[in-house]
Design a protein around this ligand. Structure first.
Ligand SMILES: [Zn+2]
Length: 482
């Protein structure tokens, strides 16, 4: 996520628009790109030094399969739903752990609240909450299995839940007089393949602490018929109105999580030169026309693709919310609460760093945030977006979310110093060699949960870059093979 902390640069950072076509209110979704075939698992992290995969790693064919069925009430503040998960662990488990993000200390005080009403499944014995530093009823929901589950075996669990949306603001949940939105709004399967359950505590910082695997995901949203629903995944046409409601559906085969916005959106669509279907929505009274937002999104995708490689998803959807400041990234979906292009570029960069190359957002928040800061700055004309002076700040970039005292030190060290250090490393190694190494990192770690040593391995042949990153406390000796 990001905050509009550099609003003063907004005008200077406005991106030139390319000649993309866009169609206001178009109802035909663009032709999707072929979904990645699920035939092999992601490259193991003990790959040899200095090698670059011939092609991007495929998602794990045994990844979880999730269906989310949401119903937004007529009050537009109550979301009831059912989540069905088919889970196949890569090591034995005795329970399933779900993260209840709305109950975290940044969201609960605004009235956001998620409860699990029931849990079902033939292997389920019980379910219960754990606090994990979150508000009542807790930040984790733990489903105990009667006999455990061996590696490679599958179980299906269904959770009924009720999500209450709080006051509108810069958060991943909220409702105001126009629009309702929720992201991480359902219990989130907190599995880190190869490591186990991510039961990290919530912290009172304005950032993410969740870890989740990519999942074969389908979403259904029933909403009052006057609302348009924008969400993660390739969206189908809504159902015909019935009893004052329409149902919207989407699929995304590699989503770690899901974002949804429902409001009186005016939409525009475009397709990037590489075939990514872009859908955006703006609310009545928006100063930014939908067509312009669609073109800015397409331009941001192309600008980052030039350095980092092909866009991860078939589609990208952007919901422009009222200007609460900043943006929040979800797989193939952005909740954009600021009409500023620089914020958009940052969130688009997260599609590679967080969406495709995942990370523990609690343990290694810099892996997505510093990389997104770096990526926004390497796009042509955006060089000034990262504060290069931040390189001289004291303090580590590679801390966990528990290591930063407040939002200021978190943003300055992880986003600003981290982004500046990656830019300085790029200068030291040479931009072409550095970008090539980043593409190797991206391709080797696609659809997995990367760790700092994965990046260290990708950069190991660029000692000048490694030196810069070690001096800046981005990488550690143990992260870089000798
Ligand atoms: Zn971010």
């Amino acid at each position: 996520m990001t905050r509009a902390r550099r609003a003063g640069l907004a005008a200077a950072a406005a991106l030139l628009l390319s000649g993309c076509t866009s169609f206001a209110g178009s109802v035909s979704p663009p032709a999707p790109r072929a979904a990645p075939p699920a035939t092999t698992t992601a490259t193991p992290s003990d790959a040899p030094v200095g090698t670059c995969p011939a092609e991007r790693a495929r998602p794990d064919p045994h990844r979880p399969k999730v269906h989310l069925d949401f119903r937004l009430g007529d009050d537009r503040r109550t979301v009831t739903g059912t989540e069905k998960v088919v889970f196949t662990p890569d090591e034995r488990v005795d329970e399933l752990v779900f993260r209840l993000v709305p109950n975290g200390p940044e969201s609960a005080p605004n009235g956001n609240h998620l409860v699990v009403d029931a849990v079902r499944g033939k292997d389920v014995s019980s379910g219960g909450y754990e606090a994990a530093g979150a508000a009542d009823p807790g930040g984790l929901y733990v489903v105990s299995l009667r006999d455990g589950l061996a590696a490679g075996k599958s179980t299906e669990v269904a959770l009924d839940f009720t999500l209450t949306l709080g006051t509108g603001g810069f958060d991943r949940f909220g409702a105001d007089d126009q629009v309702s939105w929720w992201a991480s709004g359902a219990p989130l399967l907190a599995w880190e393949p190869g490591t186990g359950w991510a039961e990290d505590p919530f912290v009172a910082l304005n950032g993410e602490t969740a870890t989740s695997p990519v999942m074969d995901t389908s979403v259904s949203v029933s909403a009052p018929e006057n609302l348009t629903v924008l969400m993660t995944g390739a969206r189908a046409e809504p159902s015909a109105p019935q009893d004052g409601r329409r149902t919207w559906t989407s699929t995304e085969k590699v989503a770690r999580d899901v974002g949804v916005a429902a409001g009186p959106f005016t939409t525009a669509q475009t397709t990037t030169p590489d075939g990514v279907g872009v859908t955006v929505g703006v609310l009545p009274g928006s100063r930014l026309p939908a067509e312009q937002l669609a073109e800015e999104t397409s331009t941001a995708i192309a600008g980052i693709e030039a350095h980092v490689g092909a866009f991860p998803y078939r589609t990208l959807t952007v919901a422009l919310l009222p200007d609460y400041g900043g943006g929040i990234e979800y797989p193939s979906m952005i909740l954009e609460a600021s009409p500023i292009p620089e914020v958009l570029v940052h969130e688009v960069a997260h599609m590679w760093f967080y969406g495709m190359v995942g990370n523990s957002q609690f343990r290694d928040p810099w892996l997505d945030e510093a990389m997104a800061s770096w990526a926004e700055a390497v796009v042509d004309g955006n060089e000034g977006l990262v504060d290069r002076q931040a390189l001289s700040l004291d303090g580590p970039v590679d801390g966990s979310m528990a290591d930063y005292q407040n939002d200021h030190s978190y943003f300055r060290l992880v986003y600003d110093k981290g982004g500046a250090a990656l830019l300085a490393a790029r200068d030291a190694a040479g931009p072409d060699a550095f970008d090539a190494a980043i593409r190797c990192y991206v391709d080797a770690n696609a659809w997995s949960i990367a760790t700092p040593d994965d990046l260290g391995r990708a950069l190991a042949d660029l000692p000048a870059a490694v030196t810069v990153l070690m001096q800046a406390q981005v990488l550690d000796k143990k992260d870089v093979p000798r």
